[in-house]
Design a protein around this ligand. Structure first.
Ligand code: MCN
Length: 774
């Protein structure tokens, strides 16, 4: 990869390949009155120009969400149709309207300019609260008031009672800013209709090849098996590449219709208007406490901006996933959450690293800080008083999930120690050049290892969440392991191979990990929700167990012993209590050269498949601290220290997980200080390039001190592993904002919404100074 040897979708070229450019809506909301495509069709190199009417003519179905939740009154969520190519109306800028297919990319681009579309523009709404207030432009007939769902969870009466009795109630209004994913590789799709058969191959830069196969087959009305989805090297995904997009359907359908390969590769600026966006919550929350600062009750009301359509998991993230974690690491006896999902004229929102969990952490940690300040209790102390102790595990939260294990107080204590929390006041006093110094903290728990099909099914998922592993042992003792997960930067080739190396005693160099091909891998849910190690790794572990079991039968036959007498350790099958033994490689050869096998009782070959569907989430958790310095003259926030202690259960590869934590923290830092997806009131994207959408740079990322506490392995998967991929992105926004607000507290600034840009911090300082607070 580093030497440019990666093979991304854009690197793949097929003979006779055509190029697709999509004509996208420049309006946030409009009726499409007419599409005049003749000039474009006559342009040099153009093979076809397709519109929604062509897809309708071929009976291509709508894109369906993969998670359909129910409102608290039991009604189904509104699920207005979303067509891959718009039909009659567009509801966000960038919505695809026509597909221009030409011999070269440049010809397709040029011809796209010639497609004349007659729009009747309509009023647009971009803010989630405005969308559900009257009067607001209505996006869909099937969603009155632009409401997709009204979700509720918890015990409202208990919360009301406890709040009435409480000594103190802390209230807060929060904005969880909308984010844009920015993987190195823009999305790309290439589809080919195989000559002489009905088979289609779709190359897609996706995190979920099997899901994409189902969606596209369903919309085209063809058998799943007639599509092979290959997700080759994928240059980062961050959750937003784990969802289904119109281009996958358009390109596959066009390749089938034209019987020629068709390719679409997003330009960077196109990605800003064609990829799902993340977060975008408006939250009002109230935490009731007793005099000593013990949490008594929590009420959370969130309005989640779903964008113009319900994306794949778009409804589940602000409802089922977000609300499940609103107990966090704290013992709060009564919790009630309401979340309203609304449609607006913006791009759809869906998973983005953390997906619902950073939002939950942010609500709880902002409340904890504010409550501490209002009650005059130290911020670390109020957390200590409320953390769920290890002795309470397994702990059933009042909001649903049961945490199997975790020692939250121990991790928090260690993080405070790493950050030298007691020494902070001295560091603050010694800050030079009038810098405002602050320390912040965030504790989190995360539903990683996203899987249990049973839970997901109860909550409206339309798919299973299990994972599959197939191990093939070659006659030279080498191994090919095929997994349903997908690597796009997480190092699976190393960590998954490590599992086999440890379990089977086979050297790493003899193990090949294969992912991302629906014709090779029996089935897979894919990679998201920090699930690959906890779910996919566990399936692999199970499959390896079956290989050992079969190997023992072969060894028993070859060594003329009973199967029960064969033990396996360190790559050797041995007759217990003797020195008679055979290596893994010898068993592999025998399995593939079974000349004298008793075929009635022993099958030749050594390959096994296993499936794993865990009974529960793996609850990763941790505590992060951050120290910042703010320049009062410019408002610039600089992170001067960052410490994290994470419990991701048993660590398979410390170097990789440290990298995962660093990457997550970098993304959390981006959300806290820099990144903001902004629309103008008419629905035009103001942050449509990296000139306006500020990703953190290398110089913004602090040295991160990261430790792992392995004392609490996950109790219900065979590896004891919990997920690591999102942890940093969950804790960092809350920890960083906590630190910045601590730095600003002496000026009387009590709240600021993310991102805490230089501008917004400077304004807060100036207005505090002008109002005489400072
Ligand atoms: N690991 C480990 N020990 C553990 C837990 C994890 O060694 N106890 C290792 C795993 O073996 C794997 C890596 O850490 O190599 C991440 O594992 P896991 O937490 O299971 O997460 P996934 O592999 O399922 O990756 C998904 C997660 C998510 S949801 C996002 S978003 C994300 C992330 O990972 N997107 C990423 N990390 C990313 N990293 C890169 N480079 N690019 C992305 O797009």
């Amino acid at each position: 990869m580093l030497r440019g040897g990666g093979r991304f979708v854009a690197d793949i070229s097929l003979p006779g390949e055509l190029h697709c450019t999509l004509v996208r809506s420049p309006h946030a909301h409009a009726v499409v009155r007419n599409i005049e495509a003749s000039p474009a069709r006559a342009a040099p190199g153009v093979v076809a120009v397709f519109t929604g009417a062509d897809m309708a003519g071929d009976k291509v179905g709508p894109m369906r969400a993969l998670w359909a939740i129910r409102s608290s009154d039991g009604s189904a969520m509104a699920e207005p149709p979303r067509w891959a190519l718009a039909r009659e109306r567009v509801r966000h800028i960038g919505e695809p309207i026509a597909a221009v297919i030409a011999q070269t990319r440049e010809q397709a681009h040029d011809a796209a300019e010639l497609v004349e579309i007659d729009y009747q523009s309509l009023p647009a709404v971009v803010d989630a609260r405005d969308a559900s207030a009257k009067p607001a432009p209505q996006l869909h007939d099937s969603a009155p008031g632009n409401v997709c769902f009204r979700w509720a969870r918890g015990d409202e009466a208990a919360v009301r009672l406890a709040t009435q009795k409480a000594a103190h109630v802390t209230r807060i209004d929060l904005v969880n800013n909308r984010l844009i994913g920015a993987a190195i590789e823009p999305r790309a799709v290439l589809a080919v209709s195989d000559a002489g058969s009905e088979k289609l191959t779709l190359y897609s830069s996706t995190q979920v090849p099997h899901h994409i196969r189902s969606y596209v087959a369903e919309q085209l009305g063809i058998a799943e098996g007639s599509i092979r989805v290959i997700a080759p090297d994928v240059g980062g995904g961050f959750g937003y590449k784990g969802k289904h997009y119109p281009e996958e359907t358009i390109v596959t359908w066009a390749a089938r219709r034209l019987r020629q390969p068709v390719k679409w590769v997003a330009s960077r600026s196109e990605s800003f208007v064609s990829d799902n966006q993340g977060r975008d919550h408006l939250t009002n929350a109230a935490l009731a406490l007793d005099e000593q600062g013990h949490f008594q009750a929590l009420r959370v009301e969130t309005v989640a901006n779903l964008g113009a359509y319900v994306s794949t998991f778009g409804a589940a993230i602000p409802s089922a996933i977000y609300s499940a974690l609103l107990a966090g690491v704290y013992r709060t006896p009564a919790i009630f959450v309401q979340c309203t999902g609304v449609f607006t004229n913006t791009l759809p929102t869906d998973a983005y690293r953390g997906a619902g969990r950073p939002e939950a952490c942010y609500v709880l940690e902002r409340l904890a800080d504010r409550a501490a300040c209002e009650l005059g209790i130290d911020r670390a102390e109020i957390r200590r008083r409320n953390l769920i102790p290890a002795s309470a595990m397994p702990y059933k939260t009042p909001i649903g999930p049961t945490y199997d294990c975790g020692d939250f107080p121990r991790l928090f204590a260690r993080a405070l120690e790493m950050a030298d929390y007691p020494g902070f006041s001295k560091r603050r006093a010694e800050a030079r050049n009038n810098r405002l110094r602050g320390i912040g903290m965030a504790c989190y728990v995360e539903s990683s290892g996203v899987a249990p099909s049973r839970f997901a099914g109860m909550l409206g998922a339309r798919t299973g969440f299990f994972e599959t592993a197939l191990i093939r042992v070659q006659s030279d003792g080498g191994i090919q392991a095929l997994l349903g997960t997908h690597n796009h930067g997480q190092g699976h080739a190393t960590t998954m191979a490590q599992i086999l190396c440890t379990q089977l005693g086979v050297p790493l160099r003899k193990i090949e990990i294969l992912e991302g091909d629906t014709d090779l891998v029996p089935y897979g849910t894919g990679t998201f929700g920090s699930r690959s190690i906890a779910v996919g790794g566990s399936a692999l572990h199970r499959a390896a167990g079956k290989i050992i079991a079969k190997g023992k039968l072969i060894a028993a036959h070859l060594l003329e012993a009973s199967g029960g007498d064969i033990a396996f350790a360190d790559g050797w099958f041995a007759v217990t209590g003797t020195d008679r033994r055979l290596s893994f490689a010898e068993i592999a050869r025998a399995a593939n050269v079974p000349h004298y096998f008793p075929l009635e009782t022993l099958e030749p070959g050594l390959q096994e498949t296993a499936v794993y569907d865990p009974p529960a989430f793996a609850f990763s958790n941790g505590a992060h601290l951050c120290e910042v310095e703010i320049d009062p003259g410019t408002g610039e926030t600089r992170i001067v220290g960052y410490w994290g202690v994470d419990d991701i259960g048993t660590v398979i590869n410390p170097m990789i997980v440290e990298g995962q934590i660093h990457g997550g923290v970098a993304q959390g830092l981006g959300q806290a200080l820099h990144e903001h997806c902004a629309y103008d009131p008419g629905g035009q994207l103001l942050s449509g390039s990296f000139m306006d959408y500020a990703l953190p740079r290398a110089a913004d990322i602090p040295a991160i001190e990261s430790e792992f506490d392995e004392s609490q392995p996950c109790t219900h998967n065979p590896l004891g592993a919990k997920g690591a991929g999102e942890a940093g992105a969950i804790a960092a926004p809350a920890a960083i904002v906590s630190a910045a607000l601590d730095a600003l507290a002496p000026l009387g600034v009590t709240g600021l919404d993310m991102p805490l840009t230089t501008d917004s911090v400077w304004r807060a300082i100036s207005s505090a100074q002008n109002s005489g607070l400072a």
